[in-house]
Design a binder for this molecule. Structure first.
Ligand code: ADP
Length: 550
């Protein structure tokens, strides 16, 4: 429009022309042009007075000096003035464009062209309509494509994040299953590999820790872990049993361990930062001898992070050691007595006593008796050690127990007769009572018990043997009405060399090993032996033998 205005100015030859007084001439120049430009054309002089107008009579039009487009050109010296407003004259929105008319270089008036915006508005509306027809489907397509692409990227990313979070919260079985491509696929594969390796490692760790805790839990020794703050972190079953406690985790060790010795050992190890070991006797919850060892767990900087306490029950070992050393002492002592006697009497004889035939005979008899006893003693010790070492396997055979009783009674018959002791035998079982056992062992047991019964029963006494059938077992009993065994000695009489009355037993030729041998023989055939006795009234030994040992 600006160009059009300039062209009009030029075509109508408005520049350098006296505008006032040439109204008719100017109107005539403008009239044919108005059809060419399809716009309203207005020409004003420098005061804003309308000289000609292509649509209206200039007389009717007021001064245009205040119109913004005219003001810009006439007053403000702009090369173009534009404005959009509702035309007071025409009554609808118009776009006005004015350019100055120059006379000798200075502004002498203005030419303005104006078009109705109605057509432009309509054109714009139409354009919008067309645009919408294209834009809406395009936007929808773009939106759909965007969502599709976004989903393709975000869904795998979300899954990767989700799986990573689950891995972080120890769910090692989670994997990325969704499909992706490019770098995302690489990340997904890497995360899956990581998850797989984590799962395998965790499985191995769990396996190892289960194995380790199974080992620790089932150790016969007590194990306890104590932290730097002296609190118990863990303890195994054996430790709970040794200490006789229930729940100890998290409690200070000095509250739980009642033994001063053990507590002191832990303190020492903690202070000196080195392993401490000591044999300690405890009395609560039961009397035990413990091999206690405390090992500090040292960190790289040498500081203590905790301690491991190991308690090993050595009560049994110490007891066995005592028994063994006692046995050696007893054997030496028992052997010494007859050897001393033999030596003493032989020396006395050599010193001249042998010339007295009476004394010679008496002393030689004593020497023979003592040698016999020595022999018996050695035989018994050898027998006992053989049975104890289980060197001789049990030779099982079907035996008639009544038969064995009769044979054993036959062996001790003379001994009994010498003291006028009655042997009361059971009535023979019909059909015979048969057990699977070793004949020699059973006979040895019976002979030993019968000899003892005769030995420790005064003359004119009575020794009774009974045999009972108790389904899977037989019960053999040997009772006497002899001197009996004091209650305090009852539980010890099966020990090696234990005698109630040492002097009397030795005098009677006993070795103190008989009952010990009997007990071992009974046990070798999976049997049981028990004793009941009342002093001065008598004693009963009962043997329970399975009919078929394992
Ligand atoms: P010993 O060779 O001394 O008889 P044993 O081992 O056979 O040794 O017996 C151990 C001790 O048990 C005996 O010294 C004796 O005091 C006591 N004893 C065994 N049998 C009887 C019994 N029938 N009556 C009383 N005391 C007995």
């Amino acid at each position: 429009m600006e160009d059009e205005a300039r062209i009009l100015r030029h075509t109508a030859g408005l520049n350098d022309q006296d505008l006032d007084g040439s109204e008719a001439e100017i109107s005539a120049k403008i009239a044919p042009l108005k059809d060419e430009v399809d716009a309203r054309i207005t020409v004003m002089d420098k005061d804003g007075r309308v000289i000609t107008d292509s649509k209206e009579n200039p007389e009717k039009l007021g001064n245009h000096a205040d119109r913004p487009e005219i003001k810009a050109v006439l007053k403000n010296g702009k090369s173009v003035g534009t404005a959009t407003r509702e035309s007071a004259t025409l009554g609808y929105s118009m776009l006005y464009v004015a350019v100055p008319i120059l006379d000798g270089g200075s502004v002498d008036g203005a030419i303005r062209i104006s078009v109705s915006l109605e057509s432009i508005d309509k054109a714009i509306d139409k354009l919008w309509g067309n645009l919408m027809l294209i834009l809406v489907p395009t936007i929808l397509i773009i939106a759909a494509v965007s969502i599709f692409i976004a989903r393709r990227i975000t869904r795998p990313v979300e899954e990767i994040v989700d799986v990573s979070n689950r891995l972080a919260s120890h769910d090692y079985s989670s994997r990325i299953y969704g499909k992706s491509s490019g770098e995302l696929e690489e990340i997904a594969t890497a995360v899956n590999k990581l998850a797989e390796s984590l799962e395998t490692q965790m499985y191995e760790i769990r396996e190892n820790s289960q194995r380790l805790s199974a080992i620790v839990e089932n150790l016969v020794s007590g194990v306890m872990l104590i932290n730097f703050d002296k609190e118990i972190i863990m303890a195994n079953k054996a430790m709970y049993q040794i200490l006789g406690v229930k729940e100890i985790k998290g409690r200070p060790f000095y509250e739980v361990i009642k033994s001063f010795g053990v507590s002191q050992l832990i303190e020492q190890s903690m202070q000196e930062r080195e392993r401490k070991q000591q044999e300690i006797q405890i009395y609560f919850p039961r009397e035990l001898i413990l091999d206690a060892s405390v090992t500090p767990i040292l960190m790289e900087d040498g500081e203590i992070s905790g301690l491991v306490l190991l308690l090993h029950d050595v009560t049994q070992i110490r007891h066995l050691e005592n028994v063994r050393s006692e046995f050696v002492t007893n054997v030496s002592h028992e052997l010494k007595t007859p050897v001393t006697a033999v030596k003493g009497f032989a020396e006395t004889l050599l010193d001249g006593a042998m010339h007295d035939e009476e004394v010679l005979k008496q002393f030689l008899t004593i020497i023979k008796d003592e040698s016999d006893r020595l022999n018996r003693l050695i035989q018994d010790i050898l027998a006992l050690s053989k049975i104890e070492q289980k060197a001789l396997p049990v030779q099982l055979e079907e035996i008639d127990v009544d038969d064995v009783i009769a044979q054993s009674a036959g062996t001790v018959k003379e001994l009994a007769a010498a003291k006028s002791i009655v042997l009361d035998l059971p009535v023979k079982h019909q059909p015979p009572l048969v057990v699977l056992a070793e004949r020699d062992r059973l006979q040895q047991i019976l002979v030993n018990l019968l000899s003892n019964a005769i030995q420790y029963t005064p003359a004119d006494g009575k020794v009774k043997i009974r045999l009972e059938d108790a389904a899977s077992h037989v019960i053999l009993s040997v009772s006497d009405n002899g001197i009996g065994i004091p209650e305090k000695d009852l539980e010890r009489i099966f020990e090696r060399f234990y005698r109630v009355d040492k002097a009397r037993s030795r005098h009677s030729g006993g070795t103190g090993l008989g009952l010990s041998i009997v007990k071992h023989l009974v046990e070798s055939m999976d049997g049981d032996i028990s004793v009941a006795s009342v002093e001065d009234e008598g004693t009963t030994f009962k043997i329970k033998l399975p009919k078929t040992p394992k």
